[in-house]
Design a protein around this ligand. Structure first.
Ligand code: NAD
Length: 430
């Protein structure tokens, strides 16, 4: 199986060289600071014990405490967690957050657990990692198949261990447990905003933009809903079980209503698929990605588009809501074909931006209004998007991804050099 981390590292090294970052800095950013591994023994409801592999990668702490989500998924590996932590490092630097990058995960199919088993697993994860996380060390958050409730359990477990209140140890919590207003929608809203910035540069009307959305979880649903409300035509949506399409346009609210209606009480996950909702034609996952649309929104997992299917892609724009949905090789092909890609490190950064706001509110003990959260996120994203756009248009044949990496790596290079002693050795090149 190909290594996601090797792909992420290769992209970092290529873009680092292309944008003039020194070799020692690229080397230093090509490996994680630390990756903690644990085996979590969980008492199941039937009395048996099962063991689950758990990881927390603290990739870089150059710009501040590490920051990144926790994923519960059957395909989680140390390799994947390290790639995601590297991307978090770049993302936090792109949008000027005072954070390094991290990511965590547990190899588990969470839909197969009861709610009690899920709570035991979440608390066991925090017990295993409690020595490594904290408001000034490493601050986790939700990711695929984790949510506010799980963040609440983890905060509670951390406080039991430390015997003191520590709301800022984790973000994406329920609002009444110290969560921020607007955090739940933040990743989708941020991705919607950057798509709107692109649309206004390109001068298209919303009703002329047909959209396919891969993944209908937190991030996928929220961007689909905002695009739909703004008049974009959502013609296809998928989840892990299948995909639906209607050339006349799907009603995103009705699709969501259906999924929510059948949410199982026994678990925290939706048991029914988008395939069982509203009038539609059922298509395959592959067909959704290959639809003739103006905008494709991959909002599920890594490597949705690789060398294998890149030639089938017809979209003109891609907003990368998922982390790493396009492999480096496929990225080059799409770029050469003139497809405009808003890269993950910018497109999905709304989540970590509002997580940062949550951490600030927790530390100040002073909550913000929803309006404050939304307008400050928009301001930050607009500044970052305009910066990337300008860079892209000043240099020939470059991409928004190159612009984002150029900014992040330059910033990291300055900090790495300032903390070090390189200038004492003037005889050393690079
Ligand atoms: P989620 O668990 O809420 O939803 C994941 C969705 O993907 C579900 O609808 C699931 O059915 C679907 N899915 C899984 N495999 C699929 C497949 N092969 N085809 C189609 N759909 C599939 O997760 P999320 O939080 O929405 O995260 C989605 C992506 O966004 C991930 O890459 C995550 O890293 C990224 N992201 C999330 C956040 C956040 O704040 N939640 C922030 C930044 C980036």
């Amino acid at each position: 199986m190909s290594s996601v981390f090797a792909g992420a590292r290769k992209r970092l090294q290529n873009l680092g060289k292309l944008t003039g970052i020194s070799i020692p800095v690229i080397e230093s950013l090509s490996r994680p600071k630390a990756t903690h591994c644990a085996s979590l023994p969980i008492r199941m409801d039937d009395g048996s014990t099962q063991y689950f592999d758990a990881y927390r990668c603290q990739y870089s702490a150059h710009l501040g405490p590490c920051k990144g989500g926790i994923r519960f998924h059957q395909k989680v590996t140390q390799d994947e967690v390290q790639a995601l932590a590297l991307w978090m490092t770049i993302k936090c630097a792109v949008v000027d957050l005072p954070y390094g990058g991290a990511k965590g995960g547990v190899t588990v199919d969470p839909k197969g657990l009861s709610r009690m088993e899920l709570e035991r697993l979440s608390r066991a994860y925090m017990r295993a990692m409690a020595d490594f996380v904290g408001p000034d060390k490493d601050i986790p958050a939700p990711d695929v198949y984790t949510n506010a409730r799980i963040m609440g359990w983890m905060r509670d477990e951390f406080e039991v261990i430390k015997r003191q209140k520590e709301p800022a140890v984790i973000t994406g919590k329920p609002v009444n447990l110290g969560g921020s207003l607007g955090r739940e929608e933040a990743t989708g809203r941020g991705a919607f905003l950057v798509t709107e910035f692109l649309r206004s540069k390109e001068g298209l009307a919303t009703e002329d933009i047909r959209v396919a959305v891969q993944g209908f979880g937190n991030a996928g649903y929220n961007i689909a809903k905002l695009l739909f409300d703004a008049g974009y035509k959502i013609i296809a949506i998928s989840d892990s079980k299948g995909a639906i399409c209607d050339e006349a346009g799907l009603d995103v609210d009705r699709v969501k209503e259906f999924k929510d209606q059948f949410r199982s009480f026994g678990s925290d996950y939706c048991e029914r698929s988008v395939c069982e909702s509203v009038t539609h034609k059922t298509i395959t996952h592959e067909e959704l990605l290959a639809l003739d649309v103006e905008l494709l929104v991959p909002a599920a997992l890594e490597n949705a588009i690789t060398s294998k299917n890149v030639n089938d892609i017809k979209a003109k724009w891609i907003t990368e809501v998922a982390n790493g949905p396009i492999s480096a090789a496929a990225d080059d092909v799409l770029h050469d074909r003139g497809v405009v890609i808003i890269p993950d490190v910018l497109a999905n950064s709304g989540g970590v931006i509002v997580s940062y706001f949550e951490w600030v509110q927790n530390r100040a003990g002073y909550p913000w209004t929803l309006e404050e959260v939304r307008s400050r996120m928009q301001e930050r994203l607009k500044a970052s998007f305009d910066e990337m756009w300008l860079y892209q248009h000043k240099s020939e044949n470059t991409s928004l991804r190159t612009a984002a990496y150029a900014k992040a790596l330059k910033k990291l290079e300055q900090v790495i050099n300032m903390r070090g002693t390189k200038e004492y050795f003037s005889n050393i090149e690079n």
